[in-house]
Write a protein that binds this ligand. Structure first.
Ligand SMILES: Cc1cc2nc3c(=O)[nH]c(=O)nc-3n(C[C@H](O)[C@H](O)[C@H](O)COP(=O)(O)OP(=O)(O)OC[C@H]3O[C@@H](n4cnc5c(N)ncnc54)[C@H](O)[C@@H]3O)c2cc1C
Length: 326
């Protein structure tokens, strides 16, 4: 077994998922502790200059399987391709994003390689030459420290918890083509239907405007959605709004939703329960709109507006529209 860390990169329509870069950052730290280097495996079709981008974010070697059969993620196509070459490169650690794709791929790959997997980790470190994975359990009430038997050690990393490294535009990597070993693919993805024109995933967004119980119904999301559209932002939600059926779970931010770290998070009618804060408190700038001056969200907010969101949010929207039109 070698001492390198292999990051399985996720891309959708040839746009890298942020978590791929976050894994290269932590992967480089783990590899340094092991005396090895961080490498990347990139699967897809017509991948263009993505291998160069991965080099800029720290990958010293990029294995590229560029084949029309891999254009869309397929459980078996990706597992077969990865398993076929991982045996030869023998990484000490394999990192996969804890995304919908990663949650499908990691256990399959682990089973194929006859090893275990630590899933949805929020911190990774090396102790005595072995990976120690930290993962929240019991809905975040406790943290489990996991050590894996067998090699390679596989872990999935929760998106938006660790920072991506700064790119170094002069960095280069060895790029090695890898054959697509799609093999016996019994289930194929025939179509991916997007969430809708212009809908931005909260986990990938730079700006998020979120609504909570304070929006008081599905139609109450209208001013929140309108402000999000003006700012080119994603629409987020608290669990209360999701549980009430006002918005889909994909928008939920928090412990049992998505963890986000946007540059700007605007919370409208959200009280700031710890389970919500757990998913967004590392946002760079937090703005809270709430009619209760005692709401806990104000403790983490950089800017707080005490008022009715149905008055305040349309005013903000109008003001931003004017500013952005200038
Ligand atoms: C195991 C577990 C996991 C959980 N996971 C999550 C999670 O992932 N994400 C999450 O969000 N929650 C989660 N929760 C739930 C969490 O504890 C809270 O219940 C939830 O976050 C509350 O949502 P809220 O802030 O929208 O509602 P509330 O707490 O009811 O707050 C509504 C706020 O809106 C304000 N308001 C009302 N009307 C207006 C108005 N017109 N204008 C302005 N402000 C107004 C009120 O003053 C109040 O502060 C979890 C709970 C548990 C037990």
């Amino acid at each position: 077994m070698g001492n390198n860390v292999l990051v399985i990169v996720e891309q959708r329509d040839n746009i890298l998922k942020k978590v791929a870069l976050e894994m290269l950052g932590i992967g480089a730290e783990l590899a340094t502790a092991l005396g090895g280097s961080v490498e990347a495996a990139l699967l897809g079709s017509n991948l263009g200059d993505l291998p160069t981008v991965l080099a800029q974010y720290g990958a010293t070697q990029v294995y590229v399987a560029d084949n029309p059969d891999l254009a869309r993620y397929s459980s078996e196509g990706y597992t077969n391709t990865l398993a076929a070459f991982i045996g030869k490169v023998a990484p000490a650690i394999i990192l996969i994003g804890a995304t919908a794709m990663g949650k499908d791929l990691a256990p399959r790959l682990a089973a194929r390689l006859g090893v275990g997997v630590a899933s949805d980790c929020t911190a990774l470190e090396i102790e005595d030459g072995r990976l120690v994975a930290i993962r929240p359990v019991f809905a975040g009430k406790a943290l489990a420290k996991v050590k894996l038997h067998g090699d390679p050690q596989i872990a999935t990393l929760r998106p938006n918890v660790l920072a991506a490294p700064q790119p170094d535009t002069s960095a280069t990597a060895t790029i090695e083509p890898v054959a697509a070993a799609s093999g016996d693919v019994r289930a194929q993805v025939v179509d991916i239907v997007g969430a809708g024109e212009g809908v931005i995933d909260v986990a990938e967004a730079d700006i998020i405007v979120s609504g909570g119980r304070g929006v008081a119904g599905p139609e109450g999301f209208a001013p929140v959605t309108s402000l999000a559209k003006t700012l080119g932002a994603a629409v987020g939600a608290s669990r209360a709004a999701v549980d009430a059926g006002w918005i889909e779970h994909a928008h939920q931010v928090g412990q049992t939703g998505k963890t986000v770290t946007p540059n700007l998070y605007i919370a409208c009618g959200i009280s700031g329960a710890i389970q919500h804060l757990a998913g967004m408190k590392t946002s760079k700038v937090i703005v809270a709109v709430n009619k209760d001056p005692e709401a806990p969200i104000f403790k983490v907010a950089d800017y707080g507006i005490v008022g009715d969101l149905f008055d305040v949010v349309p005013l903000l929207d109008k003001e931003f529209q004017t500013l952005l039109a200038e």
